[in-house]
Design a binder for this molecule. Structure first.
Ligand code: GDP
Ligand code: MG
Length: 162
């Protein structure tokens, strides 16, 4: 069976943009409006001759109260349905309560979790990524899904975890 990589995180952190990087195509729907990706969508991908499936998640736009619960449920689903979980955080914003709620759920997972600090568009922004050590999920991996910065290294890390 082809291993499954689930990409989770709150709306607008850049999950779909990252999925496009990981699959090497423009297929996942990227929108400036949060919450656009409908439910969970799976894409075939390949890196260094290894095949894997990338699952983009999203589709909910709950109110502020429901948001932490919604992302916790999303994280639970990802744990159940995938081999590796990629948690995406917007490094320019930092870890919000919602991000920390997801991290707490994923921390208990018996599956590898890769913490991605997205929107690190320049060397100067790398300090933002360092702050995310506070989430307790190990090393934050700085990338710019938009520009492709760090995406090759991230693919290597994902494949190592499979
Ligand atoms: P999703 O809701 O988590 O799937 O987020 P999207 O992939 O739809 O992206 C939300 C917004 O963030 C879009 O306007 C993207 O262009 C932008 N975005 C995504 N990745 C990056 C990045 O690495 N740097 C910057 N500056 N913007 C990004
Ligand atoms: Mg999306």
């Amino acid at each position: 069976p082809v291993p499954i990589v689930a990409v989770v995180g709150r709306p607008n952190v850049g999950k779909s943009t990252l999925v496009n990087r990981l699959i090497g195509r423009r297929q996942a729907v990227v929108e400036d409006v949060p919450g656009v990706t409908r439910d969970r969508i799976a894409y075939d991908a390949q890196w260094n001759g290894r095949k894997f499936t990338v699952v983009d998640t999203g589709g909910w736009e709950p109110d502020a109260v429901g948001r932490a619960a919604a992302i916790a449920a999303q994280a639970e689903q990802a744990i159940a349905a995938s081999d590796v979980i990629v948690l995406v955080v917007d490094a320019t914003v930092g870890a919000t309560d919602v991000d920390d709620a997801a991290a707490r759920v994923l921390h208990r997972a018996a599956k590898p979790v890769i913490l991605v600090a997205n929107k690190v568009d320049s060397v100067r922004a790398e300090a933002d990524a360092t702050q995310l050590w506070s989430m307790g999920l190990g090393e934050p991996h700085p990338i710019s899904a938009l520009h492709g910065r760090g995406s090759g290294d991230l693919l290597d890390i994902i494949l190592d975890a499979l």
